[in-house]
Design a protein around this ligand. Structure first.
Ligand code: ASP
Ligand code: MG
Length: 411
């Protein structure tokens, strides 16, 4: 019998009524002949409420005890779901992370799964039990409760699917799947039928709303097909899977953007070995992540260096760079937080020529100036003035034909 892992997020579990309707969906999957494992998040808003309370209790909440508190939201969901399923006449059993057990390292709040024992789950599945597992939580080698980071139930679900060699892992959320771009800024945005793991990872800035990035990395590593779909409709959603030939047919699968970064330029830096190292060392020491970096070829022994950091780190990074600027004899340091990074993503870029230049043409036609460019095998990103974000997204979406009916049909 095919094995399916279904993960339901907080909005799908917002009330007892919602839990009951999710239970019907779970029951239906079993009726259709699946062995079913359910992974649940906390009811919506619950994790935030629990975190708030830890801050009311203590100025510096202990990490170990924070995990004890915040993991409780998932305990409530699995208990309630199991009661409802039992009430409906199904055989169901809840399991907390430590009961599986889902073993993790000891990094409270950001733990990584190291091992999942499947014996108990398999034993229950063999008895036709619907196994309802608490997401987000685990236990370390010393027996401490741990949690996997915000959105961690996605990772729990994928890890369980991988360990059980499930046929598919369904991630139920409040949107119908992964879209070609953000529907709230582009009316033409269309739900994708299928997308590759790599595309999904590159679309993280947008995709992160529906899937924890770590869960995608995990599913790629273990080749677990993921289906992102809504618990409010019967739409089949978006399949996230290994790249196939169909995916190469379209050059671009999606347009994403982020306004979460700021740009810092170091002007007229003497061009000699060690400059970049000196400049970025203090940032690294402060745990600041640098995203795009552009360095010009040198002119009269001097060069310009521009890079982006997240807006949260922007002020601190600017101060650190200004401190170093004197040391490396740079002429000046300029900061601009008003930027946006627009990206086009597509597995088909590997085999289609001219995708990047088409992007530049499209932006040029709208007189949108490109400040920085970076590329990967399946992504081209441009930094532009933040105020043109929506316009850029819409014209690129249109130019790459993303609003039209999908050419790739699911087999
Ligand atoms: N309840 C946790 C959170 O809100 C885990 C999850 O929902 O995936 O982050
Ligand atoms: Mg989530």
């Amino acid at each position: 019998m095919p094995l399916i892992v279904q993960k339901y997020g907080g909005t799908s579990l917002g009330s007892i009524e919602r839990i009951k309707s999710v239970a019907m969906r779970v029951a239906r999957s079993q009726n259709e002949g699946h062995r079913v494992v359910v992974v649940l998040s906390a009811m919506s808003g619950e994790t935030n409420r629990l975190i708030d309370m830890t801050h009311q209790a203590s100025e510096f909440p202990l990490e170990r005890e924070t995990d004890v508190v915040v993991s409780s939201g998932e305990q409530v969901s699995v208990g309630l779901m199991t009661m409802v399923l039992t009430e409906m006449g199904y055989r169901a059993l809840s399991l907390l992370g430590f009961q599986v057990p889902i073993v993790t390292d000891s990094r409270f709040g950001i733990a990584r799964i190291t091992k999942i024992e499947t014996e108990r789950i398999t034993r229950e599945l063999d008895r036709d039990t619907i196994v309802v597992i608490a997401g987000f939580q685990g236990i370390d080698a010393e027996g401490n409760i741990t949690t996997l980071g915000r959105g961690g139930s996605d990772t729990t679900a994928v890890a369980i699917a991988a360990a059980l060699k499930a046929d598919v892992c369904e991630i139920y959320t409040d949107v119908e799947g992964v879209f070609t771009t953000n529907p709230s800024i582009c009316e033409e945005a269309r739900k994708l039928t299928k997308i590759s793991y790599d595309e999904m990872l590159e679309m993280a800035s947008m995709g992160a709303r529906v899937l924890q990035t770590r869960a995608v990395e995990f599913s790629k590593k273990y080749n677990v097909p993921l289906r992102v779909r809504s618990s409010f409709t019967d739409d089949p959603g978006t399949l996230v899977c290994k790249e196939d030939k169909d995916m190469e047919k379209v050059a671009v699968s999606g347009v994403t953007y982020t306004k979460d970064e700021g740009k810092i330029s170091v002007v007229r830096v003497p061009d000699r070995p060690g400059i970049a190292a000196t400049l970025f060392r203090p940032l690294t020491e402060e745990g600041i992540n640098v995203d795009m970096i552009v360095q010009n070829i040198s002119h009269e022994g001097h060069t310009d260096l521009t890079f982006t950091v997240s807006k949260a780190d922007f002020k601190k990074a600017l101060r650190l760079v200004k401190d170093t600027a004197g040391e490396i004899e740079a002429q000046e340091v300029l900061g601009d937080p008003g930027i946006a990074k627009i990206s086009i993503v597509g597995a088909g870029m590997r085999s289609h020529a001219g995708v990047a230049s088409m992007m530049f043409e499209v932006l040029a036609k709208e007189s949108i100036n490109i400040q920085m460019i970076s590329t990967s095998e399946i992504k081209v990103s441009c930094v532009i003035d933040e105020k043109y974000t929506e316009l850029a997204v819409r014209v690129l979406h249109e130019a790459f034909g993303l609003g039209k009916e999908e050419v790739v049909e699911e087999k």
